[in-house]
Design a protein around this ligand. Structure first.
Ligand SMILES: [Zn+2]
Length: 404
């Protein structure tokens, strides 16, 4: 008897979650459309919607002025959507170049954002600094509507336990960042790999129909590619799935600075690799445009922005270096597509700001596809957004709220 009761409660809970998800994704939407989309009865929708309206989560608006009155109910049909200011989340990304923190409303729109210098190498310094940054952003929000904070960081992260298993900043490894931050903030915290956070944000906050298997290919200081399958990020058996940057690209290639193996994709095609090759070219007296840009800007630190400028200005050595990297990126993507056949690949990375790099990537992929033509493989390039990772981290908090 008890089991039966529990089963019924669970069905009710699942129905509520499904209704929330449909409204979140497809609002504005009518009760009838929700019922049709989910194959549930109208009374089930009406009961759930009524409780969400009274909780202040949803708002209702007339479908349109011209819509006739429904003869059965005697009312005009109305559309439902979530109230943006019903709840808020904070997201942070401990990125490879800087830390970004933002607050979003329930619909994922950023309401506050701030950029900070790269997080310290020492865990004991990073923790209070990060807590302070999150607290600062959170102080702008109504506290009773704050759902929690999400933090994304590079490396091998055991999200469920909240543990940083492996990260290039040695003193962070083995630490339970989730618990430590919870204690510091007195707030619900979730942590994950930063590229997975980006993929979660892309899945939750982009309101368009997407294939239910998509790959999120991220090119930055390193390269990663989490897979989303039916709204879930594939973590793998040991939480390390998606580390495409450490798959072998060139057996006799340079040593990968992160894992120490020779010829990882990261070592031949990441921003770090491109910058290393450019530095060498400059030392050898090549790359004249790049060298003149660097002396002009008096910059000791070479960055990917300057490299792309030199590429645009036709520096032959730089063009060759970037093309070589994009060739490897294209091969790795074609391998991935041939293996998994995702309905869509979303490509995120500053390198792909340049149209010629996008074209080259598409061409290389097309050359190596098996059994598919390039039109059957959706490739979507995201525009560069400094806060994309922080927003994705907030999205994970919002998603947890929607799934409750
Ligand atoms: Zn490696």
């Amino acid at each position: 008897m008890e089991e039966k009761g529990y089963g019924l409660l669970e069905i009710k809970r699942l129905n509520r979650v499904r209704i929330k998800k449909v409204i979140y994704k497809y609002a504005p939407i009518t009760r009838i459309q929700i019922a049709e989309a989910l194959g549930l009865t109208l009374p089930t929708i009406t009961t759930n919607v009524a409780s969400m309206l009274s909780d202040g989560l949803l708002k209702e608006a007339p479908l349109s002025d011209e819509t006739p009155v429904n003869p059965q109910s005697g009312r005009k049909p109305s559309v439902l959507s979530f109230k943006a200011d019903a709840a808020y989340a904070v997201g942070a990304e401990l990125g490879p170049y800087c830390t970004t923190v933002c607050a979003t409303d329930l619909l994922g729109k950023i309401v506050f954002q701030r950029e900070y210098p790269i997080a310290p190498q020492e865990y004991d310094r990073m923790l209070p600094e990060l807590a302070g940054e999150i607290r600062d952003i959170a102080s702008h929000l109504p506290q009773h509507k704050l759902l929690g904070a999400g933090v994304g960081l590079p490396g091998f992260i055991e999200s469920e336990k909240g543990v940083i298993r492996s990260n290039s900043r040695q003193s962070w490894n083995g630490k339970n960042l989730m618990e430590d931050l919870r204690r510091e903030l007195g707030l619900g915290v979730t942590i994950d790999n930063n590229v997975r956070m980006r993929a979660i944000g892309e899945e939750l906050l982009v309101r368009k129909l997407r294939p239910d298997i998509f790959a999120y290919y991220y090119i930055s200081k390193g390269i990663a590619c989490p897979l989303m399958i039916q709204e879930n990020v594939i973590a793998g058996y040991t939480a390390g799935a998606g580390e495409i940057g450490h798959t072998l690209a060139q057996p006799d290639g340079p040593i990968c600075p992160t894992c120490g193996h020779a010829g990882c994709l990261d070592a031949v095609a990441s921003e770090t690799a491109i910058l290393n090759f450019c530095r060498e070219a400059c030392k050898e007296g090549k790359a004249p445009v790049l060298r003149s840009l660097l002396s002009e800007e008096k910059a000791d630190a070479l960055d990917i922005k300057t490299v792309l400028r030199a590429q645009q200005m036709g520096d032959l050595s730089v063009c060759e270096i970037v093309e070589h990297a994009v060739e490897y990126l294209g091969i790795s993507l074609a391998n991935l597509i041939n293996l998994i056949s995702p309905g869509l690949v979303v490509v995120d990375g500053y390198l792909m700001k340049q149209e010629c790099n996008r074209k080259k990537l598409r061409d290389v992929i097309a050359k190596h596809l098996y059994g598919l033509n390039e039109k059957e493989v959706g490739i979507e390039f995201l525009s560069f957004d400094l806060y994309r990772g922080a927003k994705g981290s907030a999205a994970k908090v919002l998603r947890k709220f929607l799934l409750e």
